[in-house]
Write a protein that binds this ligand. Sequence first.
Ligand code: SAH
Ligand code: DHB
Ligand code: MG
Length: 217
Amino acid sequence: MADTDSRSGVTYIRDEILEWANRIHAPHDGALAASFEAPERLGLPQIQVSPLEGRLLALLLKLVAARKVVEVGTLTGYSALHMARSLPEGGRLWTIESDPVHAAAARESMRAGEVGDRVEVVEGPALDVLPGLELHAPFDAVFIDADKGNYDRYGRWAGEFLRSGGLLLADNAFYFGRILENDPAAEAVRRFHEETARTFDSVCIPTPDGLILGIRK
Ligand code: SAH
Ligand code: DHB
Ligand code: MG
C-alpha cells in the first residue's frame, strides 16, 4: 500500500492527479457543483470536503445501509448532499449548522438537489442542538466536521447514540497539521482520537487532513 516515501508521509497527490481522479470517481452534476461552488460564490470560507472525500462519505453510508445520519457542521451542504443521496427511501439526515447564512445556503442546496424531504438543516450551536436529536437515536452514522475544540464532546455523543456497528466519521483529524501542538483545540482533537480508539474499532485514514473512521463496538 505504501513505499518508503509514502509511509513517511509523502503524498503523490498533485492538482492534476486529484482533478483527474475527481472527474472519474466523483463527477459533479448541477446540484453538487452548485453546493460545492456556493462558498466561493457567497464569500464564505471554502472549507468543504473534497469531491473524493464527499464520495467516500456517500459510499461508507451505503456500506452500512445508513437510514439515520447526523452531521455536525453543514456549511453550504456539499457533504450533506453526498450523504443524503445515499439514504434509502424514508431515510433522514440531520445536519447541524450554527451560522444562519451557511444554513440558508445549505437549505437551498438541499432543495436544488431534490433531497429537501430527507434532510433537516438544524440551526444552532451543535452542543445545544444534539440533545434534541436524541429521540431519533440510535443513529447509523455521525459525521463530525465543525469546531475542532469540541470534537471530544461530539465524539462522546456519537459513542452514546450510535447503534452497534454504526459509523463515526470525522474530518480534520490532523487538525490542519497542528494535531500535536499545545493548544486547547489540538488537545480536544487528540482526546477525541484516544477515546474513539477505545470505544470503536477505529482508523485514521490519511486524507490530506485525516479522516477518522470508527465502527461502534
Ligand atoms: N461538512 C461541510 C463543511 C463544514 S465546515 C462540507 O464538507 O460541505 C464547518 C462548519 O461548521 C461551518 O459552516 C461552521 O459555521 C460550522 N460550525 C462551527 N462551529 C459550530 C458549532 N459549534 N455548531 C454548529 N456548527 C458549527
Ligand atoms: C476549517 C474547518 C474545516 O472543517 C475544514 O475542513 C477546513 C478548515 C476551518 O474552520 O478553518
Ligand atoms: Mg472539515
